[in-house]
Design a protein around this ligand. Structure first.
Ligand code: TXA
Ligand code: MG
Length: 353
């Protein structure tokens, strides 16, 4: 039996919460849920049901022309936290925001002329652009892994476009596989990996491209971050010049500790496993916080790891923005999403280069 921990969510449909309650186990602060993953057909009813699921904070897998994606409401940090938990990712890597068209993409990222040319030439299609994020980009800090940049994709698949149009806001979607497994190109692959861990999958048949999108960073010199479904030569023809090359690790691979440019790092020093905070420290608490004169933000007063993951990057940023030089972080349990939270905190605490 596959299980994962989740928090009851008051916005979820009542039937969802009833199921969750029925399966309540002996956890004080979390419940263990096995979801009855639905297999939906790619028709109007299936798409409407998937859009409702996303609105309710659920996890809906859907076909794109590259691979099947596991979708969550990009703006809902707790839904994004559950998405990482469902994939079993040991780390929070930034996710791609999927939108229905270029007009929607303009609300999410800041385009320079090169990015505009690539979008005009290849969207919709298997190209992801990494751009500086708009201030109110509608993508949660957790989905961005705290970065100031955002990866945006406009998929070409009919079903993906219909779902994005029905939902009306950005959908983050990593490939719909368990961490460490290969990307799925059919609904059966998705079920094989994620049945019981996600709410539904829309069956749109096999993916035509079959490899993930090509990722190009438009932050500075245009750089190929991941080769994929759109050949590099096609991109270079449109630009009239070669792309720089910089491989990013596969999303599931452990990240090299030196890859600081792709990680959010606070300016303040970070002290982990703190029992309490000194006078000159700001406190990042979890669960019941010790008394502290200085600034305190709590990742989850009720000790819920899903809530803590959703708050992690925003709280770190807020503490950093307060101008504090030192941040003390209370102990976070290592189970479930705690593993990824601790991974990110360890990077934040690593000595600065
Ligand atoms: O074809 C695809 O792109 C599929 C379908 C579902 O759209 N999605 C996909 O997502 O492959 P995922 O999460 O498996 O891979 C996303 C990659 C990761 O390597 C991640 O590090 C990179 O995109 N990425 C996301 N945001 C980034 C950013 N701001 N800067 C650099 N890399 C980023
Ligand atoms: Mg992947």
């Amino acid at each position: 039996m596959v299980r994962y921990q989740t928090a009851l969510h008051s916005d979820w449909p009542r039937s969802y919460n009833r199921r969750a309650l029925k399966r309540k186990r002996d956890h004080r602060k979390t419940v263990t849920v096995e979801l009855a993953t639905q297999l939906l057909t790619a028709d109007a009813a299936g798409i409407a049901a998937a859009a409702r699921c996303l609105t309710a904070g659920g996890l809906a897998a859907f076909p794109t022309e590259t691979v099947y994606g596991l979708g969550a409401d990009a703006g809902n940090g707790e839904a994004v936290a559950r998405l990482y938990a469902a994939k079993g990712r040991p780390a929070f890597n930034p996710l791609i925001a999927h939108v229905v068209d270029s007009a929607a993409a303009l609300q999410v990222g800041i385009f320079n002329p090169d990015a505009e040319r690539l979008a005009a030439a290849f969207w919709p299609g298997p190209l992801t652009l990494v751009l500086p994020k708009q201030k109110d980009c509608g993508v949660s800090d957790l989905a961005l892994a705290g970065l100031d940049s955002v990866a945006i994709r406009v998929p070409a698949h009919r079903t993906a476009r219909a779902l994005l149009a029905a939902f009306g806001r950005p959908v983050v979607a990593p490939s719909a596989n368990r961490s460490g497994h290969v990307s799925p190109t059919s609904a059966a692959h998705v079920l094989g990996d994620l049945r019981g861990r996600i709410d539904l999958v829309i069956d749109g048949g096999p993916c035509t491209v079959g490899v993930e999108s090509t990722i190009v960073s438009c932050l500075g010199a245009l750089t190929l971050l991941r080769p994929g479904g759109l050949p590099r030569e096609a991109i270079e023809r449109v630009l009239g010049r070669p792309l720089a090359l910089a491989a990013v690790p596969e999303d599931d691979a452990p990240l090299a500790p030196g890859m600081l440019s792709s990680h959010y790092a606070p300016r303040a020093d970070v002290r982990l496993d703190a029992q309490d905070a000194r006078a000159d420290e700001a406190l990042l608490a979890f669960g019941q916080a010790p008394a502290h004169q200085g600034l305190t933000l709590n990742l989850s007063p009720r000790g819920d790891l899903v809530e803590a993951a959703a708050n992690l990057f925003s709280h770190l940023r807020a503490l950093d923005a307060s101008g504090t030089r030192h941040i003390a972080v209370m102990t976070i349990p290592h189970e479930g999403l705690g593993e990824a939270i601790n991974d990110r905190l360890a990077r934040a605490a690593a000595p600065k280069p």
